[in-house]
Design a protein around this ligand. Structure first.
Ligand code: GLA
Length: 389
């Protein structure tokens, strides 16, 4: 999706704000969705991830108001949310409004004097697809509210506020990857993040320069159970770390895993093996990108998928089919991305093969009577920012 698409969203959100409130917004902010190249289910184990921000955005037009109330509209949702600023708290607002309201609450808990405000959302990140539409919404709102409050916090702190909104206000026990990606990513780069220290490196990632494309296949399979299964995996990882004798699986190694194998039992052993090998794959992927060894990236993607499917058990028949079909017609590598249990797969492929890959994935889905998938290519864009000037 082009810069023109973002400009259209800015115009739409601004116009809708004017229609609903009768005044101009104080500003318009945008934050992108993300896709994780590699490093899945590693962030809450203090490990490494490598997402890019994608050219799909949540745009938010905002204006402060003198009344101590919040009014929220979304061009993609029918319901309007109106709530007193002092009444906002975990579990109070349900549905999509919990994300922006949660950000206001998290900022206020940090001592930032968020004013009453009106806000209109226009999103182009597919919702509930594992492309972090919720993080994009949180981060766009956080960037705007900080400015409306006249506060100044650094970019990582902004991402952490957005994450806290999701964990505490919405109740999804996510790690830091999505919000860090939505705020800190840079165009043409992947974000190499150490989820323990929050150190970040920006690794050049421009597959088109190599004649390659990053294809996203949205399986459009309903992602039920994600929250519960995600929490279960987190608990399993914590139990595995304890049994191995490390504070988090970031500190485990294959040798220590073998030593603890009997204590761990088969299931926790496999969960831990995924995390340990996945952290190694992130390291290898980053090294390959730095040295321009693009062809080596494919096998890393594919082994990540196998590990998520067999050891971590978070894939789904649709995700497996998407990855297999892409590989069958020449993708260099393919894997599920995000939390799993549905959502999206990615494939890295020579540009001339993209249409063939999309056609094959569609045909494979039809053969198995899956819902028709949606496939598109993405490029790496900048993180959250003000977009009306
Ligand atoms: C979700 C979470 C992230 C991360 C991924 C899995 O997207 O929000 O923090 O744990 O799942 O890698």
């Amino acid at each position: 999706m082009s810069g023109a698409a973002l400009e259209r969203q800015v115009r739409r959100a601004t116009g809708a704000f004017r229609d609903r409130t009768g005044r101009q917004p104080d500003g318009v902010w945008a934050a992108p969705g993300r896709v994780n190249l590699i490093g899945e289910h590693t962030d809450y184990n203090d490990g490494f991830v490598l997402p890019i921000a994608i050219d799909r955005h949540v745009v938010v037009a905002m204006g402060s108001r003198t009344e101590r109330t919040i009014r929220l509209w979304s061009l993609q949702q029918a319901d309007v949310v109106e709530i007193g600023l002092d009444d906002v708290g975990p579990g109070v607002v349900r549905g999509w409004g919990a994300y922006p309201a949660g950000v206001a609450w998290a900022l206020r808990r940090d001592g930032i004097d968020v004013p009453g405000h009106d806000l209109v959302v226009d999103g182009s990140v597919p919702v509930a697809s594992g492309l972090s539409s919720s993080a994009a919404l949180e981060c766009a709102v956080a960037a705007g509210l900080v400015e409306l409050a006249g506060a100044d916090i650094d970019r990582s702190a902004l991402a952490l506020v957005a994450q806290r909104a999701e964990v505490e206000s919405v109740g999804m026990p996510c790690g830091v990857m999505d919000q860090m990606a939505s705020v800190l990513c840079r165009a043409g780069h992947a974000l190499h993040l150490d989820a323990r220290s929050l150190w970040v490196g920006h690794v050049p990632f421009e597959p088109t320069r190599e004649g390659l494309a990053l294809v996203i296949v949205d399986t459009r399979a309903t992602r039920r159970l994600v929250q519960g299964m995600y929490a279960e995996r987190r608990a399993e990882c914590d139990a595995a770390a304890e049994s191995i004798g490390v504070s988090t699986l970031r500190d485990a190694s294959l040798e220590r895993l073998e030593d603890a194998r009997a204590r761990l039992g088969a299931r926790l052993y496999r969960r831990a093996r995924h995390v340990v090998t996945e952290n190694d794959r992130v390291r290898a992927f980053v090294e390959d990108l730095h040295s321009g060894a693009w062809l080596s990236l494919g096998p890393l993607l594919t082994s990540s998928h196998e590990s998520l499917r067999d050891d971590f058990e978070v894939s789904s028949p649709e995700l497996d089919e998407a990855a297999d079909a892409a590989l069958a017609v020449g993708a260099l590598g393919a894997r599920m991305t995000g939390a799993g249990f549905g959502g999206c797969a990615i494939a890295l492929a020579p540009m001339p093969l993209v249409d063939k890959i999309v056609a094959e994935v569609e045909a494979a889905f039809a053969r198995r009577s899956f819902r028709a998938p949606e496939a598109f290519t993405v490029v790496a864009v900048d993180g959250a920012r003000r977009v009306d000037r």
